[in-house]
Design a binder for this molecule. Structure first.
Ligand code: APR
Length: 274
């Protein structure tokens, strides 16, 4: 009798175990599916943002541009995407040129972008098709997959050849190559080295200015109450020495508040900000 009861309760507990195991498997499956769906939604969200931003520019084939973009990083190691991987993207959407309006910047993103957003005074790389489509976004791929990921991608300094950093290096090189006429660059007087050799502006863009195309480089050194330097800064001397001979150099210290006023005043013309 007793042993019958024991057998019965053993059977019951085995059944219970089976039910718990099945439930656990079902739960794991649900979690995995939900995770997969949410990741692919994020990938779609990224593509939607890309396409929506791209379609604001007339006369381009955004599907072709998306395909060229993806080829650079999809199915590749996240730290092995060199700037050249974006060559076909640049070919698919060559950078717009606009002599005398091109604006470069370093450590002055907000003030430069705000001014560039005002009418047609200045063109920053972030206002060209490729720059505007990818500004503020993060993306990467992974080996063995055709997905675009937007989370878990390497940080800017985590590895040199990461998809985002290589893109900005490549597109900045193209923007530097396109420079022509009078070129403006906004640098920051609130840091000890406004022309930082490690910056994209110093290490990639300036080196591409050619005197056959670029007549003059106007440095606008943005000053504030807490500024630590001015146009006599040693790094600006280095900049002049690095410039292709024949390009005229000028440096002007301008208060940040003055530029901001100009950005927000629709009656101020391009030429009267400084
Ligand atoms: N993490 C993420 N992004 C970074 C980081 C970082 N640690 N460092 C730089 N970046 C990216 C950001 O998009 C940032 O806004 O580079 C941009 C510029 O960095 P800065 O150091 O301020 O300036 P610089 O390196 O000179 O690059 C600006 O390159 O994008 C072109 O034409 C543009 O002239 C401009 C220049």
């Amino acid at each position: 009798m007793e042993s019958g009861e024991i057998r019965g309760s053993r059977k019951k507990s085995r059944r219970l175990c089976c039910i718990v195991a099945v439930l656990a498997v079902v739960l794991l499956l649900i979690i995995a599916i939900a995770l997969g769906v949410s990741l692919s939604r994020r990938g779609n969200e990224f593509k939607n943002t890309f396409m929506q931003r791209c379609e604001k520019f007339e006369g381009y084939n955004c599907t072709e541009i998306w395909d060229a973009f993806q080829k650079a990083y999809v199915d590749r190691d996240q730290c092995d995407v060199p700037p050249e991987a974006y060559d076909s993207l640049i070919e698919a959407a060559p950078l717009e040129t606009s002599c005398n309006r091109m604006m470069f910047w370093s450590k002055t993103k907000d003030v430069a972008q705000d001014l560039a957003a005002k009418g047609d005074c200045f063109l920053t790389v972030e206002r060209t098709l490729l720059g505007s489509v990818l500004d503020g976004l993060t993306w990467c791929g992974k080996r063995g997959s055709d997905e675009t990921l937007t989370t878990g991608c390497p940080e800017w300094n985590e590895c040199v050849k990461n998809p985002v950093r290589s893109f900005w290096n490549r597109v900045s090189a193209a923007f530097g190559d396109a420079a022509c006429g009078d070129v403006t660059a906004m640098l920051n007087a609130s840091i000890p080295t406004p022309f930082d050799p490690k910056s994209i502006f110093a290490s990639i863009e300036v080196k591409r200015f050619k005197s056959s195309k670029v007549k003059k480089l106007d440095i606008v050194l943005v000053t504030e109450m807490n500024s630590v330097t001015n146009c006599t800064n040693k790094s600006l001397q280095d900049l002049q020495n690095m410039l292709d001979k024949g390009i005229i150099y000028s440096c002007l210290e301008v208060q940040k508040s003055q530029i901001q006023k100009c950005s927000s005043d629709p009656n101020k013309s391009c030429g009267s900000c400084w």
